[in-house]
Design a binder for this molecule. Structure first.
Ligand code: NAD
Ligand code: ATP
Length: 289
């Protein structure tokens, strides 16, 4: 029998933070509806400041809000949830995604399911799933990814050469459009599109997947999470893309090192959420439904 790892239940549910998808003022009514559903159960909602400005409400800075709430709800698609999860881990706060996006692979609930789920929350019928996050470093810049760190060619007309070391030892040279280093949670994003493996989210590992490699021998590889990986672009400049949301420059000869972060992100899920059902429903995996 499989016993799924999960984190401790919440000590209390009194205050919940809400972040809305950017540039979506039409979410005002959804926000008010969510607030009403929680207020009926005497749970207080605190809206994040940028979201509040967008819909003409009052809000709190994200960091201030994090100090007051028991968990955070992201209302939008996967991108909104990524943006929240990449900051909420600093406060050890779980994130629940309400899907108003297009795909919503990471988000757990549709708005119509929320009323029922609040009842579950109140009787502790939910799970909190730990998610590995990775940390990148270039010189004195540090960044965190929930999904992936992509080393992408800057010069569109030529291939990028990337030399790679694991635990300081050279292990490969990649030639192509770049490569993706992703977490298991991120394996179903860009990594999947370029033929990388799907890795169960609770696995402790990194995935290194070349993008359009010009070679018959370059394959995605899964390595243990305690490895430190280092990449260098000896002849070119590259762009580093973190979760599709943050960008850095990797100069010629500079190193980027990537390893598991000390902290974990936490996702709040329905007890019944099953990774393979989500794969089937959202990405048409297998023949389950
Ligand atoms: N060709 C590609 O597939 C491609 C190209 C660039 C970036 N991306 C991915 O987009 C991610 C950022 O997502 P976004 O929503 O902010 O940008 P986006 O709106 O450009 O979405 C990319 C797609 O990936 C989906 N997605 C995001 N994370 C996922 C995950 N962990 N599992 C399954 N699907 C996921 C999104 O729902 C969306 O359909 C990056 O981390 C990167 O992995 C994918
Ligand atoms: N905190 C953030 N920082 C930067 N970009 C963000 C942030 N939150 C959302 N975005 C971007 O806004 C865009 C739309 O958001 P989102 O992904 O939530 O909706 P969607 O694209 O409709 O849904 P899905 O990703 O599930 O298909 C995405 O490109 C996403 O990367």
């Amino acid at each position: 029998m499989r016993v799924e790892r999960s984190c401790k239940q919440l000590e209390k549910i009194e205050n919940i933070g809400i972040v809305l998808k950017p540039d979506s003022p039409e979410l005002k009514n959804t926000f008010l509806d969510i607030k009403k559903l929680f207020s009926k159960n005497s749970i207080n909602i605190i809206l994040e400041k940028k979201s509040a400005n967008m819909i003409g409400e009052i809000g709190k800075d994200f960091d201030e809000l994090c100090k007051e709430v028991d968990f955070i709800i992201s209302v939008g698609g996967d991108g909104t949830l990524l943006g929240v999860a990449r900051k909420a881990f600093l406060y050890d706060l779980p994130v629940l995604g309400i899907n108003l996006g297009t795909l919503g692979f990471l988000t757990d609930l549709n708005f119509d399911d929320l009323e029922e789920f609040i009842k579950d929350l109140l009787v502790k019928d939910y799970k909190i799933s730990p998610r590995m996050i990775i940390e990148g470093k270039i010189e004195d810049k540090n960044f965190i990814a929930f999904n992936d760190i992509v080393i992408s060619r800057k010069n569109l007309s030529s291939m990028l050469e990337i030399s790679a070391k694991i635990d300081k030892k050279p292990f490969n040279k990649y030639f192509g459009d770049g490569l993706i280093v992703c977490t298991p949670s991120g394996s179903t994003a860009y990594n999947l599109s370029v033929g990388g493996p799907i890795v169960y989210p609770l696995t402790n590992a990194f995935i290194i997947t070349p993008i359009a490699p010009h070679s018959l021998t370059q394959r995605p590889i899964v390595v243990p999470a305690d490895f430190e990986i280092e990449f260098k672009v000896p002849y070119d400049e590259a762009t580093i893309i973190v979760d599709g949301q943050e960008f850095y420059e990797l100069k010629k000869g500079e190193f980027i090192s990537i390893r598991i972060a000390k902290e974990q992100a936490k996702m709040l899920h329905r007890t019944s959420r099953d990774f393979f059902e989500v794969l089937s429903e959202k990405l048409r995996w297998g023949n389950l439904t």
